[in-house]
Design a protein around this ligand. Structure first.
Ligand code: AFP
Length: 322
């Protein structure tokens, strides 16, 4: 079997700006290294809590910190990177590169609660243009439609990188020789689905529209939708969104009334926006509530949260209509 094209070859044929190609190359190399670190698990002492609480008021796992440091160090050493921002760091980290022209935002290890049970986890990344070589936090607060590229790496049964530079969505599988190989080209999300992903234990806290939508799915063929649905919930956004990209579906993490001033659990800048760009590039819809496009949300804070309803376009319309 001839080996598929490499990530380097794919990048060389993409229309991405030269600097974005350079940043994506660093991300690919670093996430391949993260894959090895994550795989070490109990054998290398990387499991468990770090004892530190982050800006999200969440206890950081050892691997949250390890992967955050790996990405921050590698990206700030890249001459075209002007600065980085991470779920795991309170403030943005400006670089010292005089030629810095790109901003990189990331969730270094999404799905941290899955680490100690050997369930899937991932890295999510987003690339924006920097206004200058010494960016402040304000420079990062750009709407998702301005992203030059976004993607994720899923550390699962295979290690896969799925990304877009604005010309569709491509998927790469990490080969034994450490190269990323193009295994999924021009990924498209089916417009219809019979599968939803949501944390059902929160049902009593959702807004009534979301309750109506999910109850309609649960009613199955005897109910208003006249078809049976399946449910999945991996508790790692990267894994649930990957399934949506591979076979369709909808992923929801809605607002809930326990903390009415908190729009949702997931973060806009390094979870919602990068995933929304991927989903739209694959022909799906990515909204806050079935209606408002995530990519049009004007950010006001680096770590702001957002409700999310994304996936198969016709099913997202059903969420909006519920
Ligand atoms: P952790 O990184 O704290 O595990 O959170 C993962 C996540 O942000 C996202 O990846 C999942 O879709 C979602 O939270 C799972 O949330 P629940 O644990 O409330 O189901």
């Amino acid at each position: 079997m001839t080996m598929p094209a490499t990530f380097d070859d794919w990048l060389a044929n993409s229309n991405a700006p030269e600097g974005v190609v350079e940043v994506l190359t660093v991300l690919g190399r670093t996430c391949a290294e993260i894959s090895t670190v994550v795989a070490g698990g109990a054998l290398t002492g990387v499991l468990g809590a770090s004892g530190v609480v982050n800006v999200q008021d969440e206890e950081q796992k050892k691997l949250d910190l390890i992967t955050n440091d790996m990405l921050t160090e590698a990206l700030l050493a890249c001459p075209v990177v002007a600065g980085v921002a991470s779920e795991e760091m309170d403030t943005v980290q400006p670089g010292t590169n005089a030629d810095g022209a790109w901003l990189v935002l990331f969730d270094p290890l999404d799905g941290s609660s899955n680490i100690d049970i050997n369930a899937p986890v991932g890295t999510i990344f987003s690339i924006l243009k920097s206004p200058n070589a010494a960016p402040t936090e304000a420079a990062f607060l750009q709407p998702g439609r301005d992203q030059l590229a976004s993607g994720y790496v899923l550390y699962g049964a295979q290690t896969m990188m799925v990304l877009t530079t604005g010309q569709g969505v491509a998927g790469f599988t990490l080969a034994g020789d450490g190269t990323w190989r193009l295994t999924h080209d021009a990924i498209q999300i089916p417009a219809d689905t019979k599968e939803f992903a949501i944390n059902m234990s929160n049902r009593r806290h959702w807004a009534e529209g979301v309750q109506r939508y999910i109850d309609g799915c649960l009613a199955g063929v005897e109910g208003p939708r006249a078809k049976n649905f399946n449910m999945r919930w991996v508790a790692a956004m990267v894994a649930d969104v990957h399934r949506v990209l591979m076979r369709g579906g909808v992923f929801l993490y809605p607002w809930d009334k326990r903390e009415p001033n908190k729009p949702g659990k997931l973060r806009l800048m390094y979870e919602g926006n990068p995933m929304a760009l991927l989903v739209e590039q694959a022909g799906g819809k990515a909204t806050t509530d079935g209606v408002q496009r995530i990519l049009d949300v004007e950010p006001t804070q680096l770590h702001q949260r957002i409700p999310i309803a994304l996936g198969s376009a016709n099913e997202i319309d059903q969420v909006a209509a519920a």
